[in-house]
Design a protein around this ligand. Structure first.
Ligand code: NAD
Length: 465
C-alpha cells in the first residue's frame, strides 16, 4: 500500500536521477500532527486594488481583505499585505486572495497578477486560498462572469503549483458573510496541513450557522464532548476516520459487520470508544446505532456513513446480486438510516452527517455503473437531506475521495495503480487520514454553514474535472 516511486524520487541517488531524467517528482506532503503550528511562515493577504507595482506600504482599498487579514492575525499568524514584504530568501506559507468585491472580469487582473508574482516563492506544501461570492440568478452578466471566472482561475492556478502546495477556494452564497464561523473554519482548514490532499476545490458556505471553538485548545479539540458513529470502521478509511475523530475529542462508536468483529474491537480499543457489530443493511440499523449511542454515551452528534463495497463488472455482464448488493450497502442503507435518525427526533442539536461519495460518482468509471449509481446517489441524497437538518443547526455533507492508498486500491494491477497515482495535481495517491481530516472538519461545530456539499479529497484528480 506504499507508493515506492514517491519514496525513491525523494531520497538519495534516485532523487538526483529522477531530477536529471525530468521524471515527475511528487512531494512528501506536510501532514497534521497535534501541536503543529498552523503554517510555517508569513501569509500574504491580497484583495481588490492590490495591483503591482503600488507603493509597498500603501493601504489596500479592500475592506474585505482587511477583515480576512484581521482574522488571520487573531490566530497569531505573521500576516503581510503586499508581495514585496517578503525578506530575501523567505517563502510564503500561504497567500489568501480575497475577491468578494470583484464586480467585473477586469477586477481580477490586479490581485491575480500580484498572486502570480509570489508563486516562485511559495513554501513546500504552501497554500493558496481564494475567497469569493457565488454567482446568483440576479447577477448581471459582468458580475456573473467574474464570479464564475474565479472558479476557473482557482482550478488553473492549483494545477501550476509545485512541491505539495495546494489551491482551494471559499465561496460565500446566500446570506453568508465574511464574519461567519465557517469562513474562519475553512480558512484554517485550507491553510493547515489537514487539507494536504484537498486541491483545486471550491467549498460553498451558505449561511453564518456554526460555532467558533472556544479560546485555549478549542481548535485542537473541536469535537470535545461529541459522540460520533463511524460505519465500516474496522479498517481502511473508516478506521482512520475513527482515529481522527477521537484525536479531535469525540467518543467514537465503531460499527462494522460481525465478520470483521476482531479488527473492529481493535480499532474501538485504540480510540477508547465502543464497538457495535451491525450490518448496515439491517432494516433497523439506524434505530440500533442510535440506541447504542444513547444507552452507552448519552447522545449522538455525528454520523459518518463510510461503509461501502465495490462489485465491479461491465454493465453488459452485470448480475443482479452485484448490482443490488452495491446499491443496498452504499446508498439504500444510508437513506434508511437517515430516515430513522431524523424521524427519531433524538439526534443532538447541530448534528452532523457525513457520507462517503467517490470521484467515480462524479465522473463515472468503466466497470462501475452500480458503484457510480450509488455514489452519485449519495451526492443527490446529501443535497436533499441538508435542508431537513438545517432548522436544528445540523448539516449533511459528502466527501468524495479520489485515489486513496487502501486495501481496496491495493488490489488494482500494479501498472494501472502507478498511473492512477500520477493523475492528480499532487502526482500521488492520498492516505486514509486525508479523507478523515476533511470529514472531521465537516463534522465540527464550526462547519455549520457548509451544508449539502460535496468536498473532493482527490489531489485535484483529472477524473471528474
Ligand atoms: P474497505 O473495503 O477497506 O473498508 C470498508 C469497510 O466497510 C470494511 O471494514 C467492511 O467490512 C465495511 N462494510 C462493508 N459492508 C458493510 C455493511 N453492510 N455493514 C457494515 N459495514 C460494512 O474500503 P475503504 O477503501 O476504506 O473505503 C471506505 C469508503 O470510502 C467506501 O464507502 C468507499 O466506497 C469510499 N471510497 C474509497 C476510495 C479509495 O480509494 N479507497 C475512493 C473513493 C471512495
Amino acid at each position: 500500500m506504499t507508493d515506492t516511486y514517491l519514496r525513491l524520487v525523494n531520497s538519495g541517488v534516485t532523487k538526483k536521477l529522477a531530477k536529471q531524467l525530468g521524471l515527475p517528482r511528487p512531494a512528501v506532503l506536510r501532514r497534521y500532527e497535534p501541536g503543529q503550528p498552523l503554517v510555517t511562515g508569513p501569509v500574504l493577504v491580497l484583495g481588490r486594488g492590490d495591483n503591482l507595482p503600488p507603493a509597498p506600504d500603501a493601504p489596500a482599498p479592500s475592506p474585505d481583505a482587511d477583515a480576512v487579514a484581521h482574522v488571520l492575525s487573531g490566530w497569531g499568524l505573521d500576516v503581510r499585505r503586499h508581495p514585496s514584504q517578503l525578506e530575501d530568501g523567505g517563502r510564503w506559507a500561504g497567500v489568501v486572495v480575497v475577491l468578494t468585491e470583484a464586480e467585473e472580469p477586469a477586477d481580477l487582473s490586479g490581485p491575480m497578477l500580484a498572486l502570480g508574482s509570489t508563486l516562485r516563492r511559495i513554501a513546500p506544501s504552501g497554500r493558496i486560498v481564494t475567497v469569493s461570492r457565488a454567482a446568483t440568478p440576479d447577477d448581471g452578466p459582468a458580475l456573473s462572469a467574474v464570479r464564475v471566472g474565479i472558479d476557473g482561475v482557482l482550478r488553473s492556478v492549483a494545477k501550476e503549483l509545485r512541491a505539495g502546495a495546494t489551491g482551494n477556494g471559499i465561496v460565500l452564497s446566500g446570506d453568508a458573510t465574511l464574519d461567519g464561523p465557517s469562513v474562519a473554519g475553512l480558512l484554517r482548514f485550507f491553510l493547515s496541513s489537514k487539507s494536504a490532499f484537498v486541491d483545486g476545490q471550491l467549498v460553498t458556505v451558505s449561511s453564518d450557522a456554526g460555532v467558533l471553538p472556544g479560546a485555549g485548545s478549542g481548535w485542537e479539540k473541536p469535537l470535545d464532548g461529541k459522540v460520533a458513529v463511524v460505519t465500516g470502521a474496522a479498517r481502511g478509511i473508516g478506521a482512520a476516520i475513527a482515529k481522527v475523530l477521537a484525536r479531535d475529542g469525540a467518543t467514537v462508536v465503531c460499527v462494522d459487520v460481525p465478520a470483521a468483529g476482531d479488527a473492529l474491537a481493535k480499532v474501538a480499543n485504540q480510540v477508547r470508544g465502543t464497538a457495535l457489530q451491525l450490518d448496515i443493511t439491517a432494516p433497523d440499523a439506524g434505530d440500533r446505532l442510535l440506541a447504542h449511542a444513547l444507552e452507552r454515551h448519552g447522545h449522538l452528534d455525528v454520523v459518518v456513513h463510510n461503509a461501502g463495497i465495490t462489485r465491479d463488472k461491465l454493465l453488459a455482464n452485470m448480475t443482479p446480486d452485484r448490482w443490488d448488493s452495491v446499491v443496498a450497502v452504499n446508498i439504500a442503507a444510508q437513506l434508511r438510516m437517515n430516515e430513522q435518525l431524523l424521524a427519531s427526533g433524538k439526534l443532538a442539536e447541530g448534528a452532523r452527517i457525513v457520507s462517503l461519495a467517490s470521484t467515480s460518482g462524479i465522473a463515472g468509471n468503466r466497470g462501475q455503473t452500480n458503484y457510480a449509481a450509488s455514489k452519485a446517489g449519495v451526492i443527490g441524497m446529501v443535497r436533499a437531506t441538508g435542508p431537513l437538518l438545517a432548522p436544528s443547526g445540523g448539516t449533511v455533507n459528502a466527501v468524495a475521495p479520489g485515489f486513496i492508498e487502501t486495501e481496496m486500491t491495493a488490489k488494482i494491477p500494479a501498472l494501472t495503480r502507478q498511473v492512477a497515482r500520477r493523475l492528480d495535481s499532487l502526482q500521488q495517491g492520498g492516505l486514509p487520514v486525508d479523507v478523515a481530516e476533511t470529514i472531521a472538519f465537516l463534522a465540527s461545530p464550526v462547519a455549520g454553514g457548509v451544508n449539502g456539499q460535496v468536498v473532493r479529497v482527490c489531489g485535484q484528480n483529472l477524473v471528474g474535472q
